[in-house]
Design a protein around this ligand. Structure first.
Ligand SMILES: [Zn+2]
Length: 453
């Protein structure tokens, strides 16, 4: 591929808070070879392509560290695990990579799925069979009894095709980590939160400190990244002390957790988007589901905001994730809401939020995929935005403003045809959402009230 020249009126490198003006990029073999002022750039040779990005805001491709590529916009755990074969999940995941890409996200971290689904999608893209975002792939989430991802009763267990893998002993934990490393994962996720509570209401972690240490040590020994799901204080503390790379959520953390994170260098990815959408969109359905989920999420947001502000002020590095892949967070729709939340709820400046969503989140990508910044030596993934996200970070959620997506210096035009959600997910057999008593029939106006007398 001949050298490519890109002229940029406004450029954000992803590494600093200021924008630069009248800049140029050169790209060779998919990597940036020059990033700097227009007047210092080597002149284009005959035959080399020059792109003028005009008034567009040029910035690194966005990174989402929490996208469940193969969950298929699931409405329930059963939707993820029971009704859909791993083979179909992988094909469907490949389809949805296009929606992710069209939203300006050129890299995603997949924190947990089943078998080799996201590994297969990643390999198909890396092998050049399809174009799609760069993927940090994972496999089953390492779960313990009563932790997240051990969501089916013990008489069902956790068959291979489930998202969680029950690892109740140290041997099983280490064995599963080695199995996943052999299969080629980039990231291994541990479900640290347990559902048991202390009398004071605190969540008891699903693994002990020793177990957590043992797992993270083995993950790192095998050259993989460690991610954990942890709301609870104890879960966050164990994970931070063990030196995990990223803690998802962290809402109930305290000062000891913050101190441990600063010491180990662990990152925090709040992934508030999922909660924000639950509260905003699902509340009307609460009376019919009666599970109290949205109300619980609202309380978690209140506490989480207070604690995470302290973490930010103390200097804990933040990444951005959306939990895309559920019916409340469909692919390609809400990834960039997380940036708006960092600004509105946690006091980030737009530039800090942009850095979190680019160069900082890119630390979760494999070392062979240096992305997340416009910098010499990194992969030339960048996007053109109509408008300045530094003036209003929420414009990144408007897909029509993403005017160009480049992967390794190559412009990609993602194919995003519409789809019938009932044919790609929601295979559950639910037929009735409430109880149709005679009283209810009267309330619905289907029967006259006197019939009950
Ligand atoms: Zn998740």
């Amino acid at each position: 591929m001949p050298r490519l020249h890109v002229h940029c009126k406004t450029l954000f490198t992803g590494l600093e808070d200021l924008v630069r003006h009248d800049q140029a990029l050169t790209i060779e073999d998919g990597l940036f070879t020059y990033v700097g002022p227009r007047d210092g750039v080597p002149q284009p040779l005959p035959g080399e392509q020059v792109i003028d990005t005009g008034e567009y805001f040029v910035m690194p491709g966005l990174v989402d560290v929490h996208t469940h590529l193969v969950f298929g916009n699931a409405k329930s755990e059963e939707d993820i695990d029971l009704h859909v074969s791993p083979e179909f999940r992988a094909l469907r995941g490949l389809f949805f990579t296009q929606h992710v890409l069209a939203a300006g996200y050129t890299s995603v971290v997949v924190p947990g799925d089943a078998g080799q689904c996201s590994i297969a999608v990643r390999n198909a893209i890396n092998g050049g069979l399809f174009s799609g975002p760069r993927i940090a792939a994972s496999s089953n989430v390492i779960a313990n009894r009563q932790s997240l991802n051990d969501w089916f009763p013990s008489w069902v267990g956790t068959p291979d095709y489930f998202t969680g893998r029950l690892c109740a002993t140290r041997e099983e934990q280490v064995g599963e980590i080695r199995r996943q490393a052999k299969d080629g994962v980039d990231v291994i996720k541990i479900a640290m939160d347990g559902t048991h509570l202390r009398p004071n209401g605190e969540h008891i972690a699903a693994f002990t400190q020793d177990e957590t240490h043992g797992m993270v040590e083995e993950i790192h020994r095998l050259g993989k990244k460690a991610a954990v799901h942890a709301y609870g204080r104890e879960a966050v503390l164990y994970a931070a002390k063990a030196g995990v790379d990223v803690i998802f959520h962290g809402f109930f953390m305290d000062d000891a957790c913050i101190e441990a994170m600063l010491e180990s260098g662990s990152h925090l990815a709040p992934t508030f988007t999922m909660l924000a959408n639950n509260v905003e969109f699902a509340e009307d359905y609460e009376p019919s589901t009666r599970c109290g989920y949205a109300a619980m999420q609202r309380r978690v947001i209140d506490v989480g905001c207070r604690n995470l502000r302290r973490a930010r002020e103390a200097g804990v590095p933040f990444m951005t994730g959306s939990d895309s892949g559920f019916a409340i967070t469909p692919y390609g729709e809400w990834h960039a809401r997380e940036l708006e939340i960092l600004v509105d709820w946690l006091g980030f400046t737009p530039a800090q939020a942009l850095r979190a969503a680019t160069s900082v989140s890119a630390r979760m990508m494999p070392a062979t995929q240096p992305v997340g910044a416009l910098e010499v030596g990194r992969r030339a993934d960048f996007i053109l935005v109509d408008g300045s996200p530094l003036a209003n970070v929420s414009i990144l959620q408007e897909r029509e403003r993403i005017r160009g997506v480049y992967l390794g210096g190559r412009r990609v035009d993602a194919q995003v045809p519409g789809y019938d959600p009932f044919k790609v997910s929601d295979f559950n057999t639910l037929k009735w959402s409430e109880l149709h008593t005679r009283q209810r029939a009267i309330e619905m106006g289907k029967r006259p009230a006197r019939q009950l007398v």
